[in-house]
Design a protein around this ligand. Structure first.
Ligand code: F0G
Length: 465
C-alpha cells in the first residue's frame, strides 16, 4: 500500500462545479465554489476482491493492525492511504446483533431486527471509524495540529487518537453546558485542549472552520471527506453480519448527517463496483427538537436534484429559522444541531437509496432507549432515535411487516448516564419537572430502584415482592 495518488482524488459534489483536487490536499471545502468534497476513486485501477466474502478471513489476523481493525480490514474499498500512514487503534471491531427482545417494540418479528452496536468502539462511539481514517489522512498531508467542534463524541474520539498517536496535538471546541459528562470526561482525560465556547454546536462549528483556515489546523469534523470514508465500513460490517445479504432498511440518527452521507456512498460504490445489486433503504431520524432535515425533506420537499440542490430555498429556510429564533433543543444532545453541514450529501444518499426521513420526540427517544437497554444492549439517547424512528416508520406502514431492519446504535450507554438515571429513578412528577421543557412526562419502562432498610427480612421481602 502506497499513497494512492494514482487511484484516489477529491472532487466537489456540486454538479455545476465538480472540480477535482489531489488526495494530498487538506482543503475540506471546494476552493472554487465552497461546496462539499468527496473522496473518489478510479476503481478500474484499484485492486478489488471479486466477492465481499473475501474480507471475512482477515478477522483472524490479530498480528496485522490493518487486518485487525474493522475499518482497515476493508482498505481496498477506501484506498487512499499507504500502510505507513495508518493510525489505528483496532477500531470498528463491532458486530451486528440480532435483537429479538427489542423487535416486538419496533413492531417486527424476531429475526427481523438487528442492532449495529457502535458503542463498542475504543472511545465508545461510531466516531472512531471515521477518526482513524481522518488521522491517517492528516498524517498523509503532514498535519501538525487537529481541531474539531463537537457535541461530545467527536471531541472524545479526536482526543483519543491524538493522545495515542502523540504526533498531532488537538484542540476541541464544545458548547458550554451542552455536552454530556461522559464525553467531556474523555476529552479532559486524554489531555487535549478543550475550549468551552459560549454558544451551541453550530457556533462551535462556524468558529472551528475559521480557526482551521486561519491557523492551518487540520479539521476533524465530518465536513472532512476522509472521516466519511472510515464510516462507510459500518455498512460493510452490517452486510458481513448478514452473510453479505442486503437488509431492507438501515436506520440511523441524523445530526450533522455524516453517517447517513457515508452510508449512502458505501452502498452506491458497492453497486458501482458490482459487489452488490441493490442498496437498502436508508431511514434518517431527527429528534423533533432538532429537525432541520425533516423540515427540509418532508415540508420544503427539497431533493438532491442531480447535484443541483435548490440553494436559495435552503438559504431562505435558514433565514426563517433565524428570524423565528428557532434553536435546536433535545435531550439527545449529540444531535442538537441546527445547520447540519452534510445536508447535501445526505439528500444525495436519500436519493441513491430511496430513503426516508422521520422525527421522534424526546419521550419516544427515552422510551426506546429503555427498551434497547432492557434488551441487553444500551445506548445514549441520540442512538435510540434510530429504534424509536424504526418503530414509528413501522407503525406508519413505511417499513413493512416482513422486512429486515438494521438500526445503528451510535454511542455507548455510559456516555450520558444522567438521562438514564433520571428516567429510571424519578417519579413522573419529578421527570416532568426536569424534562417538561423537552416534552417528557412519564417513564413507561422505568426500572425503579427499591429503597430498603438494612434489615434482612425487609431485604428478602423487597426481593420477593
Ligand atoms: N449519534 C451520536 C451518539 C453522535 O454523537 C452523533 C453526532 C450522531 C448520532 C449524529 O451523527 O452527525 O453523522 O448525523 N455527534 C457529533 C459530535 C455531532 O460532535 O460528536 P451525524
Amino acid at each position: 500500500m502506497k499513497i494512492r495518488t494514482d487511484i484516489a482524488y477529491q472532487q466537489c459534489i456540486g454538479a455545476a462545479c465538480g472540480a477535482r483536487f489531489d488526495i494530498e490536499e487538506a482543503i475540506f471545502e471546494c476552493p472554487k465554489c465552497g461546496d462539499l468534497l468527496d473522496a473518489r476513486y478510479d476503481w478500474s485501477r484499484a485492486v478489488l476482491p471479486k466477492r465481499l466474502k473475501g474480507f471475512e478471513a482477515k478477522w483472524a489476523r490479530q498480528d496485522d493492525p490493518l487486518a485487525f481493525s474493522g475499518v482497515w480490514r476493508f482498505h481496498e474499498l477506501i484506498p487512499f492511504a499507504g500502510r505507513e500512514h495508518v493510525i489505528t487503534l483496532g477500531e470498528g471491531r463491532t458486530i451486528l446483533q440480532r435483537a429479538d427482545r427489542v423487535a416486538p417494540y419496533v413492531g417486527l418479528a424476531g429475526g427481523n431486527l438487528f442492532l449495529q452496536y457502535e458503542g463498542l468502539n475504543p472511545s465508545g462511539s461510531f466516531k472512531d471509524n471515521g477518526m482513524t481514517a481522518a488521522f491517517t489522512h492528516a498524517r498523509l498531508v503532514g498535519a501538525r495540529r487537529a481541531a474539531c467542534a463537537s457535541t461530545g463524541n467527536t471531541s472524545a474520539s479526536v482526543a483519543l487518537y491524538s493522545a495515542v498517536d502523540g504526533r498531532i496535538p488537538a484542540v476541541v471546541l464544545v458548547g458550554s453546558g451542552k455536552i454530556a459528562y461522559g464525553k467531556l470526561a474523555q476529552a479532559l482525560d486524554y489531555g487535549v485542549r478543550v475550549l468551552q465556547v459560549q454558544g451551541d454546536f453550530d457556533v462551535c462549528m462556524k468558529r472551528v472552520k475559521e480557526v482551521a483556515r486561519e491557523l492551518k489546523i487540520y479539521l476533524m469534523n465530518s465536513l472532512n471527506p476522509f472521516r466519511l470514508e472510515g464510516q462507510k465500513t459500518i455498512m460493510y460490517r452490517i452486510l458481513e453480519g448478514l452473510g453479505w445479504e442486503v437488509p431492507d432498511w438501515v436506520v440511523v440518527p441524523g445530526g450533522n448527517l455524516g453517517n447517513s452521507s457515508a452510508f449512502g456512498k458505501a452502498f452506491h460504490e458497492l453497486i458501482e463496483i458490482g459487489l452488490i445489486k441493490r442498496a437498502p433503504r436508508l431511514a434518517v431520524i431527527n429528534s423533533a427538537g432538532a429537525d432541520t432535515l425533516y423540515r427540509i425533506v418532508r415540508e420544503e420537499r427539497l431533493t438532491w436534484n442531480g447535484g443541483r440542490v435548490d440553494e436559495p430555498r435552503v438559504a431562505a429556510f435558514y433565514k426563517q429559522m433565524e428570524a423565528e429564533n428557532r434553536r435546536a433543543k433535545t435531550i439527545a444532545s449529540a444531535i442538537e444541531i441546527n445547520r447540519p453541514v452534510n445536508l447535501k450529501k445526505c439528500l444525495r444518499a436519500l436519493e441513491w437509496t430511496g430513503g426516508a426521513v422521520e422525527k421522534v420526540t424526546d419521550q419516544e427517544i427515552l422510551d426506546a432507549k429503555a427498551q434497547v437497554g432492557a434488551g441487553g444492549f444500551g445506548c445514549e439517547p441520540a442512538s435510540a432515535a434510530s429504534v424509536a424512528g424504526a418503530r414509528k416508520l413501522r407503525a406508519a406502514g413505511v417499513i413493512g411487516q416482513g422486512e429486515r431492519v438494521v438500526c445503528v446504535l451510535t454511542g455507548h450507554a455510559l456516555k450520558d448516564p444522567h438521562a438514564t438515571v433520571a428516567y429510571h429513578t424519578k417519579s413522573d412528577g419529578e421527570l416532568a419537572q426536569e424534562y417538561g421543557a423537552y416534552g417528557v412526562r412519564a417513564a413507561a419502562y422505568a426500572n425503579r430502584p427499591v429503597a430498603v432498610e438494612d434489615d434482612l427480612a425487609k431485604i428478602v421481602a423487597a426481593i420477593q415482592s
